[in-house]
Design a protein around this ligand. Structure first.
Ligand code: SF4
Ligand code: FES
Length: 248
């Protein structure tokens, strides 16, 4: 395939970025999107030009670092895949592909296509943990019976990889889907009850402090989420938050 890439280039957090155009050829349908960018960068390096910086680690849909806005959609046109799992067969010979970083005030651009998503880490640090009795009388987690439906829902919420696509997809740049997944994975389990009240209050407070927008129930986050995190989690977060406020 021959393609035209329009890529956001930005030297640093404080510099002004622009879209740059790069023709590329020899792209196979079986290549992943990141392998296509590797080919581009090899060509740029061979010409003595600066390669395009982009984030990646596992390249198998686990780490959540390969966050790119591709033709206006977080992680590109396919559903339930991350950018590293997107294959070039999803595009046609002659296509123009627009590649940008995730856009949100709380995700400032570091360089080119890399954004700073440490706001998510700080939300996690504010409540994404459980207390365990380590006095010697620790109850084996497997000995605590948990309703199958709750266990499945907690597991589904825990599938969130913190990629930020929900924020990038949202017209308000809201982090409600991410935060609700992190709250839900504990709210549904007995082990999560000890800090339940502080958890939801602290995580919502931190989410607001980081500058994420409000949720207006548009649902774009759920559609673009590569891990199928459901809007039901946002409803659960709202219930948890209300009940924490009532408890005071
Ligand atoms: S909720 Fe989905 S889109 Fe948002 S960070 Fe988690 S995995 Fe990514
Ligand atoms: S590189 Fe880890 S999810 Fe894509």
């Amino acid at each position: 395939m021959k393609l035209t890439l329009k890529i956001w280039r930005q030297d640093s957090a404080n510099s002004k970025g622009t879209m740059q155009t790069y023709p590329i050829e020899g792209i196979e349908g079986d290549m992943s999107f990141l392998e296509m960018l590797d080919v581009l960068n090899e060509g740029l390096i061979n010409k003595g030009e600066t390669p395009v910086e982009f984030d990646h680690d596992c390249r198998e849909g686990i780490c959540g670092s390969c966050s790119l806005q591709i033709n206006g959609e977080p992680h590109g046109p396919d559903r339930m895949v991350t950018t590293c799992q997107l294959h070039m067969r999803s595009f046609k010979d002659g296509d123009t592909i627009v590649i940008e970083p995730f856009r949100a005030k709380a995700f400032p651009v570091i360089k080119d296509l890399i954004v700073d998503r440490s706001a998510f880490d700080r939300i996690q640090q504010s409540g994404g943990y459980v207390s365990v009795n380590t006095s010697g009388n620790t109850l084996d987690a497997n000995a605590i019976p948990i309703n199958k439906q709750d266990a499945d829902s907690a597991f589904a919420a825990a599938a969130c990889i913190g990629c930020g696509a929900c924020v990038a997809a949202c017209k308000n740049a809201s982090a409600m889907l991410f935060t609700s997944a992190k709250v839900s994975q504990y709210a549904l389990l007995p082990q999560g009850q000890v800090e339940a009240t502080e958890r939801v209050e602290n995580m919502v407070r931190q989410m607001d402090l980081e500058g994420f927008g409000n949720c207006t129930n548009t649902g774009a986050c759920e559609i673009e989420c590569p891990k199928g995190i459901s809007l039901e989690n946002i409803a659960r977060l709202n219930r948890e938050f209300l009940s924490a406020n009532i408890k005071g």
